[in-house]
Design a protein around this ligand. Structure first.
Ligand SMILES: Nc1ncnc2c1ncn2[C@@H]1O[C@H](COP(=O)(O)OP(=O)(O)OP(=O)(O)O)[C@@H](O)[C@H]1O
Length: 252
């Protein structure tokens, strides 16, 4: 299986002198094209730092990252930023939308920087995505006039605008009630089934149990991996039991 991301012995430290510590302490990770993975672990174990390191949002202090066969650590920051903008999508716990723009314009905004595309094309893509995730009727609304789940759907639309090869999600369901969280996971599963890789960082065992491979972190290292199959929508209780058992076993 082709790897979309390969991280090799990644080291990332914060602080100086006595305060210096490794948030990532030699992490190696590989994600297959089309795979749906998650990263769990206690607060401060390095999950978000790993996501930032793999996506190039943060520089490394050691190790390498390759994306789609290209060694990203050898690239200049602007080349890296280009790959991030065109081939990676990001969703966060709270989408960072601008208050003075409506939902449609917020979704379109990052794509407007790409002068190879025209506004009509960008608008058409945004509207198609909004329809697909069930928020077509909300395009003129302010970001304060929609629910958290609807706002996250808009966040997914924005992340998908550039047809990314991978979606990175840092606690994308963390601010949502369980029904909205499940709906967001249904959307991500559907996107994944069409071939887009997805990597989620989550505290929530129920969310992780819907992914096909879970990596558990502690103290800046991946300490265990649980291989599940792709989620068919039926066996969540059994999957959650397996996640809970592994968490007990490794003490995270
Ligand atoms: N910008 C930063 N400056 C200094 N220390 C940082 C920075 N970002 C992360 N850290 C430290 O690196 C370690 C890992 O943080 P990280 O946010 O990756 O953990 P996490 O597992 O995602 O935690 P959480 O679940 O609470 O979000 C922590 O000790 C954190 O304090």
């Amino acid at each position: 299986m082709k790897k979309i991301i390969i991280g090799d012995n990644i080291v990332k430290s914060f602080g100086e002198g006595d305060e210096k510590h490794n948030a990532l302490d030699g992490v190696s990770i590989q994600i297959d094209e089309g795979e749906f993975v998650s990263v769990m672990g206690p607060s401060g174990s390095g999950k978000s730092t790993l996501m930032f390191a793999l996506s190039g949002m943060d520089g490394l202090d050691g190790g390498r990252v390759a994306f789609d066969g290209r060694d990203l650590t050898a690239l200049k920051e602007n080349e890296y930023a280009d790959i991030r903008r065109t081939s990676m999508g990001f969703i966060f716990q709270q989408p960072t939308f601008l208050k003075n723009l409506n939902i449609l314009d917020n979704i379109m905004l990052p794509s407007m920087r790409d002068n190879r595309k025209n506004v009509a094309e960008i608008t058409e893509r945004a509207r198609a995505l909004m329809k697909r995730v069930g928020i077509a009727e909300l395009e003129q609304r302010d970001i304060t006039q929609v629910s958290g789940g609807q706002l996250q759907r808009a966040g997914i639309c924005r992340a998908l605008m550039s047809y990314p090869q991978i979606i990175f999600g840092d606690e994308p369901t963390g601010a949502l009630n369980s029904k909205s969280a499940e709906e967001i996971m249904d959307i991500l599963s559907e996107i994944n089934s069409e071939g887009t890789s997805v990597m989620l960082v989550t505290h929530d065992a129920k969310i992780a149990a819907r992914t096909e491979r879970i990596m558990f972190m502690r103290d800046g290292k991946i300490v265990s991996e649980l291989l599940l199959q792709k989620f068919s929508g039926t066996d969540i209780d059994d999957r959650m039991k397996r996640v809970a058992a592994r968490m007990r076993e490794i003490g995270v």
